[in-house]
Design a protein around this ligand. Structure first.
Ligand code: BYC
Length: 328
C-alpha cells in the first residue's frame, strides 16, 4: 500500500515541468547535504539514475547468491556450512531492502524482476564467474565483499535517503562477510601446501574480476560525473578501485599469497600501489552477457521464479482473504 501511494506520487511528479528554478533548488538541497526523500520533488533523470543503480544493485545481491549457494552442501565443516548459509541468507535480505528502496521511486518490484528475467537489466559482472573450489568462497568473501564494502560505504551518504539508510545495515553485514572470507583464506594459507595452492589459485582467478567490479575507467564511465554532482556517488570508479588495491595487496602479503599482476608496485611518491592494465574487453563481454556463467545464472533465476509462482499466489490469496475478513 505504502509503495502504491508513492507510485502515484512518482507519476504526478513526472508531469511537473522541470523549470530552471526547480532544478537549481534541488541542486542546492543536494549541495547542502540534505537528504532527498521519496515524496520530494526530484528531476526525472535523478529518479531514473537511482532506479537503474539501486535495481542493478538489488539484482546483484540476488544473483550473487548462486555462486556461493553452489558450495552450501560441500562446505568442509558444519561450522563453515552454518556461516555460509547465514551469509547467503543475508544477500537475499540485501536484495529485498534494495528492491524496497527502489520501489519508493515509483517502480514496481514486478517490473524490476521482469527486467532482470528478460535480460534487460544488468547485475554485477562478478557473479558470472564460476566457483570451482572451496577457496573460491574465501576469495569471494575477501575480495568481492571487500570490493563491495569499498564501493558501498560511501553509499551510506548517498543523497537519496531510502537508499542511504538501506546501505547502513548492508555495509555492517558485508563487513562480517569480508572477514569470514579472509578467515577461510587464512585457514587455507596456514594449512597444507595443497590448501595454500588452492588459495593462490582462487586469488589468481578472482583478482582481476574483482577490480572490474568498480566499473570502467573514469574516462569511460558514462554516469559518474552526473552521479557525483547529485551526490549519489561520492567517489569515482578509479578512486574506489585504487583504495581497494591499496588495502588488499597488504592483506595478500599477510596471507603469503601473490597478487597476479607483474606490474604491481608501491609508488613512494604517490603512496599508492600502481597496477597493470585491466582487460576491459573482458568486462564489456561479461556485461554484454557473454561471461563464463551469464546464461546459467539467468536460467537458474528464471527457473526459481517459475517454481516459486505457487508461493507468490498463496501469499496473494492469503492477503486477499485477510483483507476481506478485515473489511467484513
Ligand atoms: N558489472 O557509468 P558507469 C555485491 C555498467 S553486489 C556490470 O561507471 P555507474 C555482493 C553500468 O551499470 C555488487 N555492469 O556506471 C552481492 C553502466 O551501464 P548502464 C553490486 C557494470 O552506475 C552478493 C555502464 O556499465 N554493487 O557486492 O556510474 C554477494 C557504465 O558504467 C559494471 C552495486 O551495484 C559491472 N561491474 O557505476 C557479495 C553498487 N560496472 O546502466 C557481494 C551500486 C559498470 O548505463 N552501484 N557497469 O546500462 C554502483 O556503485 C555503480 O552502479 C557502479 C557503476 C560502480 C557499479
Amino acid at each position: 500500500m505504502y509503495t502504491q501511494g508513492l507510485d502515484q506520487a512518482g507519476k504526478d511528479r513526472r508531469v511537473a515541468a522541470e523549470t530552471e528554478e526547480l532544478l537549481n533548488a534541488f541542486q542546492k538541497r543536494v549541495d547542502a547535504e540534505e537528504k532527498i526523500e521519496a515524496k520530494d520533488w526530484m528531476p526525472e533523470a535523478y529518479r531514473r539514475t537511482l532506479i537503474r543503480q539501486i535495481s542493478q544493485h538489488a539484482h546483484s545481491e540476488i544473483i550473487g547468491m548462486q555462486p556461493e549457494g553452489n558450495w552450501l552442501t560441500r562446505a568442509p565443516s558444519l561450522k563453515r556450512k552454518a556461516i555460509l548459509l547465514a551469509k547467503v541468507q543475508d544477500e537475499a535480505g540485501h536484495g529485498l531492502y534494495l528492491y524496497s528502496a527502489a520501489e519508493t521511486l515509483g517502480v514496481s518490484r514486478d517490473q524490476m524482476v521482469a527486467d532482470l528475467l528478460s535480460g534487460k537489466a544488468k547485475y554485477s559482472s562478478i557473479f558470472n564467474y564460476p566457483t570451482l573450489s572451496w577457496a573460491d568462497i574465501g576469495a569471494i568473501g575477501w575480495l568481492v565483499d571487500g570490493a563491495a564494502i569499498m564501493n558501498q560505504i560511501p553509499l551510506c551518504r548517498c543523497s537519496y535517503g531510502p537508499y542511504a539508510r538501506a546501505m547502513v545495515r548492508v555495509c555492517k553485514e558485508e563487513s562480517f562477510h569480508q572477514r569470514q572470507g579472509f578467515d577461510i583464506m587464512h585457514s587455507l594459507c596456514l594449512g597444507t601446501a595443497a590448501q595454500k595452492a588452492m588459495a593462490q589459485d582462487a586469488l589468481d582467478r578472482w583478482w582481476w574480476p574483482s577490480l572490474m567490479m568498480f566499473g570502467p575507467n573514469d574516462s569511460e564511465s558514462t554516469h559518474s560525473a552526473q552521479s557525483m554532482a547529485w551526490k549519489i556517488k561520492r567517489f569515482s570508479n578509479d578512486e574506489l578501485r585504487q583504495k581497494f588495491v591499496d588495502v588488499t595487496v597488504q592483506q595478500a602479503d599477510f596471507l603469503g599469497l601473490s597478487v597476479p599482476d607483474d606490474e604491481l608496485r608501491f609508488d613512494d611518491e604517490t603512496g599508492h600501489y600502481q597496477f597493470g592494465e585491466i582487460n576491459w574487453q573482458e568486462l564489456f563481454d561479461v556485461i554484454a552477457g557473454n561471461g563464463p556463467c551469464n546464461k546459467q545464472r539467468l536460467e537458474k533465476r528464471q527457473r526459481a521464479h517459475t517454481d516459486g509462482a505457487w508461493v507468490r499466489e498463496a501469499a496473494q490469496a492469503y492477503a486477499s482473504k485477510q483483507a476481506a475478513r478485515a473489511a467484513a
